[in-house]
Design a protein. Structure first.
Ligand SMILES: NC(=O)c1ccc[n+]([C@@H]2O[C@H](COP(=O)([O-])OP(=O)(O)OC[C@H]3O[C@@H](n4cnc5c(N)ncnc54)[C@H](O)[C@@H]3O)[C@@H](O)[C@H]2O)c1
Length: 260
């Protein structure tokens, strides 16, 4: 297979929809074999058959469960015999609340799916990545660096992910494993559409999202997928420990209110 990711086997979590689905498409187009690991098997299978022409693997996997991740990675290794990259992309974003209104169970669920998942994929995938001198990539969020009102626990998970990326980059560099993250601001996906619906004024929030990016619009997931391909490719061979913004400049400077 030709392409920047030719012959690479990529284990991608949350590839059933949204940014993960776009990454699955971009990875396959770049020549990789993609394992779409999603809690929603039907969605993973739909990505595989509708978008990847059936090439690759769809596996049911709950990233919050160590046993489930272990089984999915074992399935990957049994099928392909190697593993070149893990992309930790699956996450949930709710609840959209300040910290004191977040329940104990909501806090634990957010951290299990958004952060402990990275522990699970690393624990079960690291030996295979050492063998391939592979890569770990995680989908962070600009809110993990900037903060966001009314979304405290989710913001904390993304901050933790960014810190983990640096620590893991240090620990795994001696094995030739690069560890990076990418950081979108907002991207139109089912997750974002749900978050918009949870806001007090969804229509004003949608308008706001279209205007926070200096480049002038809220993008679809393809912009993130292109950067993900780059970070997993040889062209990024000297980049590690980085959280790369894919944010249309949303985090830049003071802006006049109402500026488009
Ligand atoms: N959409 C945005 O605006 C935005 C912005 C910044 C960061 N992000 C991040 O991008 C990533 C993808 O977000 P999205 O908007 O595409 O989300 P999405 O909700 O549209 O898709 C998430 C996918 O993850 C899967 N998933 C959920 N829980 C899972 C679990 N326990 N185990 C395995 N799979 C599970 C879902 O089934 C779904 O297929 C997330 O890490 C999110 O935090 C999104």
């Amino acid at each position: 297979m030709q392409g920047e990711l030719a012959d690479k086997v990529i284990f991608l979590t949350g590839g059933g929809q949204g940014i993960g689905r776009e990454c699955a498409i971009a990875y396959a187009r770049a020549g990789a074999s993609v394992v779409i690991a999603d809690i929603n098997l039907e969605a993973a299978q739909a990505t595989l058959s509708n978008d990847l022409g059936g090439a690759g693997l769809a596996v049911q996997c709950d990233v919050a469960s160590s046993a489930s991740v272990q089984a999915a990675i074992q399935q990957t290794l049994a099928h392909y015999g190697r593993l070149d990259a893990i992309h930790n992309n699956a996450a949930i974003s709710g609840p959209s609340k300040p910290l004191h209104e977040t329940t104990d169970a909501q806090w634990d669920q957010l951290f299990a799916i958004n952060v402990k998942s990275i522990y699970h994929t690393t624990l079960h995938g690291i030996d295979a990545l050492k063998a391939s001198c592979g890569c770990i990539l995680s989908t962070a969020s600009m809110v993990g660096e900037l903060g966001q009102e009314n979304h405290a626990a989710y913001v904390a998970t993304k901050g933790a992910l960014i810190a983990l990326t640096k620590a893991m980059a240090l620990d795994y560099a001696p094995f030739g494993i690069r560890v990076n993250a990418l950081s979108p601001a907002a991207v139109w996906t089912p997750l974002l559409r749900q978050w918009v619906q949870d806001q007090p004024d969804p229509s004003a929030t949608e308008d706001f999202l279209n205007h926070i990016h200096v480049l002038g619009f809220c993008p679809e997931g393809d912009v993130v997928a292109d950067v993900a391909v780059f970070l997993l490719s040889e062209r990024a061979r000297f980049i590690t420990g980085v959280t790369l913004p894919v944010s249309g400049g949303a985090e830049l400077g003071y802006r006049r209110s109402g500026t488009k």
